[in-house]
Design a binder for this molecule. Structure first.
Ligand code: FAD
Length: 299
């Protein structure tokens, strides 16, 4: 067994050891993280990183809404970004949000300020940091067209600002100019939308609740939609709705959602994902790509 990672005493009150990641993912699945650090703010985080032994593996966590943590858990340090929670208006149409701000909070603030398009943020149950990483989108909008600049840091806690044009993005995909940088916050630009209310938003969310198993334990859409088709349609046409391995099941309500019925293991999630990919490939010749990220060690 490896020796516990040395952490500077000043940070100990914000550190949990062997923290079950099932507590921090929307799938409620995942083994323990060696060290789970919740900084109180950006300065605390950068000082923590600066003092970590060089080469310590790091994993940055938002709200875990697009994440499969394997049953053996995560070696090294998980950075819980929810302490990065500042959200401020810079001017009439521009906001600065730190990476741990929930997307729903950004949507609400924009509606209050009569700014759009920002409704799509209300459909993403994660943080801004997760939305930047995934180029998350909903209701026809997506994250990166709203980004003007981002503040990032590296594993040693060195901070810098980058312009949005240094990144390239496409559907649920982002290519960063250099690997090994993490998001601290972003400048987001919107347009004035006088008279904007949350009525349209309420409608969209209500429609979503009718077709998706919202409130059940999932990671949202399991697979990205292949060009010109829908993953859900293919999975349903393959006869897989309701298929279950252990406690993970293809939702009978929406075939692209895999729901944890009670105490699913990550290994069962991976088996079900593979089964779906094989069946859809065999029947329709389409390779489905997972939208969620997988991290950690198998048991
Ligand atoms: C019910 C449900 C509905 C959903 N609907 C949608 C939808 O409509 N559209 C959509 O796009 N997604 C949707 N999702 C998926 C998910 O909410 C998004 O992908 C979201 O952007 C993930 O954010 P998060 O904070 O939870 O990230 P996490 O799941 O915690 O992390 C995702 C990835 O981002 C990385 N990351 C997180 N923060 C940072 C950071 N600060 N710096 C660097 N890397 C970071 C993580 O390391 C990981 O690789 C849904 C999920 C659920 C459960």
């Amino acid at each position: 067994m490896a020796a516990p990672l040395p952490i500077d005493a000043r940070f100990e009150s914000r550190v949990r050891r062997d923290e079950p990641m099932s507590r921090h993912t929307s799938w409620h699945v995942g083994g323990p993280a060696d060290v789970f650090f919740t900084p109180k703010d950006r300065t605390d985080l950068l000082e923590f990183l600066e003092r970590l032994p060089a080469g310590t593996p790091l994993f940055w966590l938002g709200l875990g809404s697009n994440l499969l943590v394997r049953d053996g858990g995560i070696r090294g340090v998980v950075i819980d970004t929810t302490g990065l929670a500042q959200l401020d208006a810079i001017d009439e149409t521009t906001l600065y949000a730190e990476a741990g701000v929930p997307c729903a909070r950004i949507a609400r603030r924009c509606i209050g300020l009569e700014l759009g398009p920002a409704e799509f943020f209300a459909g993403i149950p994660g943080t801004l940091g997760g939305a930047l990483t995934m180029n998350a989108g909903a209701f026809g909008g997506e994250t990166w067209p709203r980004v003007r600049a981002v503040d990032v840091c590296d594993a040693r806690g060195r901070e810098r600002r980058r312009e949005a044009r240094e990144y390239s993005y496409s559907y649920r995909r982002l290519v960063a100019p250099v690997p090994g940088e993490f998001f601290l916050g972003a400048v987001l630009a919107f347009e004035k939308r006088p008279g904007l209310t949350d009525d349209a938003l309420r409608d969209m969310i209500a429609r979503r609740k009718e077709s998706q198993p919202i409130g059940e334990w999932s990671c949202g859409s399991t697979f990205t939609n292949p060009k010109g088709d829908h993953a859900a349609r293919l999975i349903e046409a393959a006869g897989l709705k309701g298929t279950r391995i252990g406690d993970i099941m293809v939702s009978p309500k929406h075939a692209n959602f895999l729901v944890n019925v009670e105490a699913a293991k990550a290994a069962d999630v991976e088996r079900l994902v593979q089964l779906i990919q094989q069946e859809v490939q065999k029947r329709f010749g389409v390779a489905l790509t997972p939208e969620f990220r997988t991290v950690g060690e198998a048991n």
